[in-house]
Design a protein around this ligand. Sequence first.
Ligand code: SAM
Length: 274
Amino acid sequence: MSLYIVATPIGNLDDITFRAIETLKTVDIILAEDTRHSKKLLNHYDISTPMRAFHEHNETQKSTEVINDLLAGKSMALISDAGTPLISDPGYVLVSEAKRAGVKVVPIPGPSAIISALSASGIASDSFSFFGFLPSKQTARLKMIQISAHLDETAIFYESPKRILASLLDLQSVLGDERVVCLAKELTKSFETIKTDILPNLIEYLQADDAHQKGEFVILISGIGKDNKVVGEAQLDKILPILLMEMGASKAAKLAAKITGIDKKHCYQRVIEL
Ligand code: SAM
């Protein structure tokens, strides 16, 4: 029988596909990372399929038992607490062993924080590397940031609220003040915030209010030489007020356009908005 890898919401309970609900209703057993947590989702959709605990601490030991049940004819669905299983979540050991045992593995696609963040970041999405969680120890974290600093494609990390400020400060120490970074917080939830800016501004945002450091985060770093437009915009906001103290609106917009490389009309528009 088949093993279904089912994506579930990353915050908003409505973000689940018809196929995911149908699969969860019809399989014999749902393997869940945290059965108490997933109970809320199952209750919301009237799904009464029995659940079994399947998490990082019992994955290796449980995989053999699960595969034996699959080979005996049972169908199962693997879900995690949020998003797509196996993406910084348990399931790799099970899927690789299931495939080796000849079990059919079927993905039921849906939300994942990486893709949601990337799609709304305004950072180049044509090519990217996903590194999972930034390491909790600073030495290892700096090493990983240094690796990502040389990429000419977008680098994506997950980060916990406990370390979000420390990590952005480490990013600034390696990448400097000019690199464009996106902080995607609480995606699909009430306090969803997606800020794409240079690091000093993002750090200022986190420090402005303790609440800004709460929640779940994805960090996206633009590749070398990419997304200069955002740097230009941030530069524009810094220099325009200074220029306006010395000269008229039209001259300030003209000079700002020369400095930032941004279109003169757009610079003039910003002058009016100030
Ligand atoms: N499997 C999940 C997925 O497909 O995105 C990821 C699970 S991982 C254990 C949890 C981490 O994903 C969080 O610490 C955070 O970095 C990121 N994440 C999950 N949901 C998120 C959300 N709604 N907004 C921002 N980041 C989120």
